[in-house]
Design a protein around this ligand. Sequence first.
Ligand code: SAM
Ligand code: SF4
Length: 328
Amino acid sequence: MSIQFQDDFNRKFYYLRLSITDVCNFRCTYCLPDGYKAKQNKTPFLSIDELKRVVCAFAHCGTSKIRITGGEPSLRRDFTEIIAMIAEQKGIEKIAMTTNGYRLTKEVKKWRDAGLTHLNVSVDSLDSRMFHQITGENKFHQVMKGIDAALDAGFKTVKINAVLLKNMNDVEIPAFLNWIKDKPIQLRLIELMKTGEMTELFDKHHKSGLPVRDYLMRNNWEMKIPEKNDGPAEVYCHPDYQGEMGLIMPYKKDFCASCNRLRISALGKLHLCLFGDQGVELRDLLQTDDQNEALILRIQKELMNKKQTHFLNQGYSGSTPNLASIGG
Ligand code: SAM
Ligand code: SF4
């Protein structure tokens, strides 16, 4: 490792979220309620060679964890090859993906064999009708089978992402807790985040995770100490539960103080924050291997512009229209 990517506030970036496509086959109410709309004159997403140059630069500068995301990353035909390519890069210890889970049953073993080490599956409800209502797809049972397939394939644990939605799935906390009692699952409740395209939904359905945290504390759940390349969740464990609970609360004070991650969009832009502005073009420096040094210098220079915090609490959620377009 030559340099460590870090910003002006001494935050070090060990974790990269790499979006490989904007396309998705689900229509989650909070993300792509009308489904993915292909653009005319569409610029192609980063090729495997371009992705390799991104990963190589980050690995060279201290990044040890890559999360592959999207859109729905498993929709890319070369998805297994992308995992294998990342697994070959020196310094990368963890390769994670976030998926809506619809392809797990068929493919998860292959992905694990290619080098995938960590898996997040989005499951917003344990009630199949509510799942359908939130995601726009009647695929609850298929996704649940996929989670079992992942555990059978050898993943020691699976992380589940559930966006907490007032008057929709917020009555399901007891059901979620019951589900993880005897299963090696870390269930992470994510507070709904306001994005550019979302107006009414946020006001209607946003709910703070703090009451859930208070409930956990009152019931003897203990907070775990995070590792350096862990994500933003506060994780809680309990001696009577095999599973764990995680809370992601971006509106909480000091959420940004422990930021250790950066994002690359599927079109090759560097995003310093999920709630920042347009992103910085990197694609012109992803064309040949000998551009590596220039690529690292541009990223390092841009990191000096990373703001200390987002401005969500001031009502500014940046220019991201939805999380599928930047890689959630
Ligand atoms: N399609 C994959 C999936 O859904 O798992 C990966 C991409 S998705 C953008 C990544 C995560 O972001 C999912 O867990 C999703 O629930 C979450 N997400 C999307 N929009 C969100 C929002 N507005 N607020 C909070 N979480 C959101
Ligand atoms: Fe697709 Fe994931 Fe967005 Fe749902 S959250 S629409 S599955 S990208």
